[in-house]
Design a protein around this ligand. Sequence first.
Ligand code: NAD
Ligand code: GLY
Length: 392
Amino acid sequence: MQTLSPSSPESRSPAAVAQPAAAARTVAIDLGDRSYPIRIGTGLLGDAATYAGLPRATAALIVTNTTVGPLYAGRLRAALAPHHRDVHVVELPDGEAYKDWATLNRIFDALLGHGCDRRTVLYALGGGVVGDMTGFAAASYMRGVPFVQVPTTLLAQVDSSVGGKTAINHPLGKNMVGAFYQPHLVVCDLGTIATLPPREVSAGLAEIVKYGPIADMAFMGWLEENMEALRAGDPAALAHAVHRSCEIKAAVVGQDEREAGLRAILNFGHTFGHAIESGLGYGAWLHGEGVGAGMVMAATLSQRLGLVDAAFVDRLTALVARAGLPTAGPRIDAGDNAGRYLRLMRLDKKSEAGDIRFVLIDGPGRAVVRGAPDALVREVVEACCARAPVAA
Ligand code: NAD
Ligand code: GLY
């Protein structure tokens, strides 16, 4: 690829993260007239200055969920008050299972119910589920209104809030209905990670770990040295991990906004991972958990194709385990398990005429997108699922 520059959080209260704004760092997404900044720092969410310079609009709608709203919507609403005369809030039910048409429609109900016009700014306050749905709503309400991502999970700060992919799920496939639609601003307030449950921190680490094998082995080495600090919520470690992840993603998206080629490498682990998510039913495994096991499966397939050696697969597997993530895929069918994986993976958006395209590692720090024989994929699925119990 081209230039890529080199305690239990559950017990913490949101008051613990009501810190003054610290000096923020900015990563630029360079997309011509759709360019925007990612601001990364602590205390940004509740600082009115964070939102200066956005399109002027009378109304704003904060889209959040029943978990994140009570923690952070009041603070965001107060910060937006100087910028918009009317700041409305809609709280969606929480969970991947609600990333669907019916829940999306609740955003349109709120917009129309409040008489919101085509200048209204949408603010996505939450994790990737809220962010993906709010982005899709912004892309389609009155044929497009501005929106801002305020990601509050680690996963959303390092991946889903950046790059303009928006979508909802379909019962037959993950993220199957959506649009490319860029936000005007991304606000990564690192303080919000303090209230994130440990399982969700681990899920976010999956999307951080992926950047090493596909683009930056020095970063993978740094992650090996700092994994415990990240899981403990160390502010300096989190700041570096979020910043470097956003830099890598910005470089990829800046070269291939609509995934004509290069951008697909950001889906390392996702072809297997999406099959796990839809195979088990949305929400059974977290997205990041599917990606964790999926990266091990994709790396194992890379090895079987002779692209990397076993030592590389072992190294990645160890890092995935230290992130607190599963390293074996679940059995998603009591009968032909590998066949079910194959059927689900054929629905992947990268598939061409029914041929699955995998993101594989063809050398440390380098990814390639290519097919693989079904028989070999079957072997890899069975080898990687061997230790997992049959799904209920
Ligand atoms: P999520 O949005 O479901 O959030 C995880 C959980 O954490 C939820 O229960 C949420 O309410 C809670 N939460 C969020 N912030 C919190 C906080 N600060 N404190 C306490 N609880 C908090 O899951 P996610 O992992 O953020 O995102 C996963 C979704 O992102 C999937 O749907 C996936 O497909 C999507 N995704 C999209 C892209 C993209 O490019 N658009 C990339 C990666 C993933
Ligand atoms: N999360 C993959 C992408 O944004 O392309």
